[in-house]
Design a binder for this molecule. Structure first.
Ligand code: NAD
Length: 511
């Protein structure tokens, strides 16, 4: 390791927009840690050529938006504009749905299933071949560390296409004795935290089941979806099978409520999920909602503590905590709480926060200024409600939207930071004494997406996992994803499953 040239420094504080940075308690709690110095290891952006302006991808071609309106997508790490993006209108949505409907009726639903499979395999292979381009584009547009785009988002996205390609000619085995058929045109709306991966979760099973798609990416992260449009062209996917309509939430609503849409698949916040369920009520559309979460990561006193610390760190700081299934509530057994928190702080002190394009970065940029402000507001509420805030004394870049990793102790279950989804690098620690108390506290949330259990005792894992109201429960690990495994929630985390054969069922009509 050679000494790293210091980037321009921001004075000790949390955010450029204030928030908890200005709280005296936060400043006094900043820990003095030994800085680790790493030589810069920047990924080159030469491999991508981001154009100044992008249109919509409709019927196999790039098209200008009918009313000519555009928005801008920014690099969250520098606050610089990356490109102008078409702002799709209801008229654009109409064109895309028309193209998808025609492609379904005339081409895709008539194609031999094994031919559909070939296209999916081809898409997966091209994504792998162009993986570096996807990873760099994703990191520039979203702010997530290049290591995560490169090692998690892109390989998993390609793996979803590969996995569902395998199902395309075996649908009769997916639902034995039920003669499954495609539904028609599917409307899909996705969030900004895993832009390419969420696209793959949506498009791969839909196409494998014989449907065609109109997808709207999040307005702050459209670039990998538009690069994916290029992959569709390269794979010579028939025109209209995949259509990408960029734009704000209203564009999404005009797609999803169109009567020609047979199925709606939405991933995003619970508030918007409710609006969508209301918007399409009574239309007879199939609906899956993948919404927010407030997962408990439960550490019992017999757990391997250092491994549990790593799991808790991964659970909340992976992708800056902008993860629906983030382990944002640490439930730690009282008898080990002091030691565990001390080890956790030591580990937090070694996290490298900064340039997402640097291969050494652990915590990158927050996706947007709006999200930064939301995190800062919730962190300030934690301080105001009486929880104890601690942050490592790491330096933050002087530009861009960065938030210091944050740990709250002394958290009551009534605090907003224990109840609301923060969607940022903020962990709320709560103690418990007995197994029953741990389960009661873990389930004391409106959400039910995921949970983690850390214990050496197998029987305890089985007992606790069965009693947790969460769609996914990890034991002695966290944030593990696999295309073969279904993912989804309970309660306000939504309904329906994505991934695995269950994810395929959502795109099929059973006769
Ligand atoms: P969001 O709900 O604000 O936006 C999600 C998408 O919906 C975006 O494309 C947005 O443009 C669109 N949208 C907004 N308003 C709309 C409307 N009225 N009608 C139709 N579409 C509309 O969410 P976000 O801030 O982009 O993402 C963060 C949220 O997503 C978090 O709550 C997170 O937990 C959730 N999420 C869930 C999962 C999961 O699998 N459960 C995965 C990733 C993210």
């Amino acid at each position: 390791m050679s000494p790293r040239k210091p980037p321009s420094r921001r004075p000790a504080g949390v955010t450029p927009t204030g928030g908890a940075a200005s709280a005296p308690r936060a400043a006094s709690a900043l820990a003095a840690t030994t800085p680790w110095s790493y030589a810069p290891a920047p990924e080159s952006r030469e491999i991508v050529s981001i154009r100044p302006r992008y249109g919509l991808f409709i019927d196999g071609r790039e098209r200008a938006p009918i009313d000519g309106e555009v928005t801008v997508t920014y690099n969250p790490a520098t606050e610089e504009p990356l490109a102008e993006i078409a702002k799709g209108s209801p008229a654009d949505a109409d064109r895309a749905i028309e193209a998808a409907e025609r492609a379904h009726r005339k081409v895709w639903s008539r194609l031999a299933p094994r031919e559909r499979a070939k296209y999916l395999y081809r898409i997966s292979r091209i994504m792998q071949e162009r993986s570096r381009e996807f990873a760099v584009t994703e990191t520039l547009d979203s702010g997530k560390p290049i290591r995560e785009s490169r090692d998690v988002d892109v390989p998993l996205a390609a793996a979803h296409f590969w996995y569902y390609a395998g199902w395309a000619d075996k649908l009769d085995y997916a639902v034995p004795g039920r003669s499954p058929e495609s539904l028609g045109v599917v409307g899909q709306v996705i969030p900004w935290n895993f832009p390419l991966l969420m696209l793959a979760w949506k498009i791969a099973p839909a196409l494998a089941a014989g449907n065609t798609v109109v997808l709207k990416p999040a307005s702050t992260t459209p670039l990998t979806a538009l690069l994916f449009a290029d992959v569709c062209r390269q794979a010579e996917l028939p025109d209209g099978v995949v259509n990408i309509v960029t734009g704000p939430g209203s564009t999404g609503m005009s797609i999803l409520t169109d009567p020609r849409i047979a199925k709606v698949a939405f991933t995003g916040s619970t508030a918007v999920g409710i609006k969508i369920a209301q918007g399409i009520a009574g239309q007879g559309k199939a609906l899956t909602l993948e919404l927010g979460g407030k997962a408990a990561n439960i550490v019992f006193d017999d757990a391997a503590l250092d491994q549990a610390v790593e799991g808790v760190i991964n659970g909340i700081f992976f992708n800056q905590g902008e993860v629906c299934c983030a382990g944002s509530r640490l439930l730690v057994q009282e008898s080990i709480a002091d030691e565990f928190i001390a080890r956790l702080r030591d580990r937090m002190g070694t996290l490298r926060v900064g340039d997402p394009m640097d291969k050494n970065t652990d915590v990158g940029a927050i996706n947007s200024r709006d999200q930064m402000e939301k995190i800062a507001e919730l962190v300030a509420s934690g301080v105001a409600e009486g929880a104890d805030l601690w942050q490592p004394a790491c330096d933050l870049p002087s530009r861009g939207w960065f938030f210091r990793p944050t740990l709250f102790t002394g958290v009551a279950q009534s605090h907003r930071i224990a109840r609301e989804e923060i969607f940022g690098p903020v962990l709320a620690a709560i103690t418990f004494r007995t197994i029953d108390e741990a389960i009661e506290k873990a389930n004391n949330t409106a959400y039910g997406l995921s949970a983690g259990i850390w214990t050496e005792k197998g029987s305890r894992i089985l007992d606790v996992a069965a009693r947790l109201k969460a769609g996914v429960v990890w034991a002695n690990t966290f944030n593990r994803f696999d295309p073969t495994a279904p993912f989804g929630g309970y309660k306000e985390s939504g309904y329906g499953r994505e991934g695995g054969v269950q994810g395929l069922h959502a795109y099929l009509r059973m006769s």
